[in-house]
Structures are given as structure tokens and as C-alpha cells.
Design a protein. Structure first.
Length: 145
């Protein structure tokens, strides 16, 4: 028997033990690697929402849609649609205010800002540098005329 044959025999005998040891210790090694990765990237900034460009584009689109609905739809048809669009505008406006650090009211439910709060928030966003349409409204506020 040569040295090569002895090495092969030792590998064949030890292989199940080595594979078992690897299977038992693999979760510990994966956990260690994950912890090190998390520690390494703990200081990286984490976005709290969509990019500000997307928020601004969504607000402009929703405000245009609101203007179109106000001008075109029949009174009975537009009330519900306007309320839904205004709720979406309020949600995006609050997200944008958080993103750029503009003081804003925290609504109890998403999209439940009243007319005055929404108009003030949109004005504050415009003053902070967000490009929005110059004429906004009239908002229906609570979903009723």
C-alpha cells in the first residue's frame, strides 16, 4: 500500500465526520458572517421612504389629476374620486415633508389631513423648494361638500 492509498483511505473514513461537523457548525459561521456584515454596514444611511424626486413627481401628478377632476367630473361622480385623490395627496405630502425635514402635522390615519392643514403643508413644501403647481385646490377636506 502506497502513501497515496493511505491518504485516500483516511479521507474516505474521515469524510462523514467532516461533513457532519460542517453541517453542525455552518449555522454558527453564517450567523457570525451576518453579524459582521451588519456591524460593517450599521452606519450606512437607510432611506425612510421613496426618493424625493418620486415623491415630488407623484405630488405633481396627483395635483394635476385633482384639478382635472374638479374641472370636468359631474358633482355626484367626482366627490368620492376627489376625496380619494386628496387622501393620496396628503399621504405623499407628509412623506415628502418627512424626507426634506419640513415640520408637518402627524395625522391619526394616513391621508386624514383637513383642508387647512393640507394647504399649509403644500405651501410649506413649495417654500422648502419642492416644485409644485402654483394653483392647488379647492380641496373638499373631509370627503363631503
Amino acid at each position: 500500500m502506497t502513501l497515496f492509498d493511505i491518504g485516500r483511505l483516511a479521507l474516505i473514513v474521515a469524510a462523514p465526520t467532516l461533513i457532519g461537523a460542517l453541517a453542525v457548525t455552518a449555522p454558527r459561521w453564517c450567523g457570525y458572517i451576518a453579524d459582521r456584515w451588519a456591524q460593517r454596514h450599521a452606519d450606512d444611511p437607510v432611506p425612510i421612504g421613496p426618493p424625493i424626486e418620486q415623491l415630488a413627481a407623484d405630488l405633481r401628478r396627483l395635483l394635476r389629476l385633482h384639478g382635472e377632476l374638479t374641472a370636468s367630473a359631474h358633482l355626484a361622480m367626482r366627490a368620492h374620486r376627489l376625496w380619494a385623490v386628496e387622501a393620496a395627496i396628503a399621504v405623499r405630502a407628509v412623506e415628502a415633508a418627512r424626507a426634506i425635514g419640513v415640520p408637518h402635522p402627524e395625522p391619526e390615519q394616513p391621508g386624514s389631513l383637513n383642508r387647512t392643514e393640507l394647504m399649509d403643508l403644500l405651501r410649506d413644501l413649495g417654500e422648502a423648494g419642492m416644485v409644485l403647481p402654483s394653483k392647488v385646490g379647492p380641496f373638499i377636506g373631509d370627503g363631503h361638500y
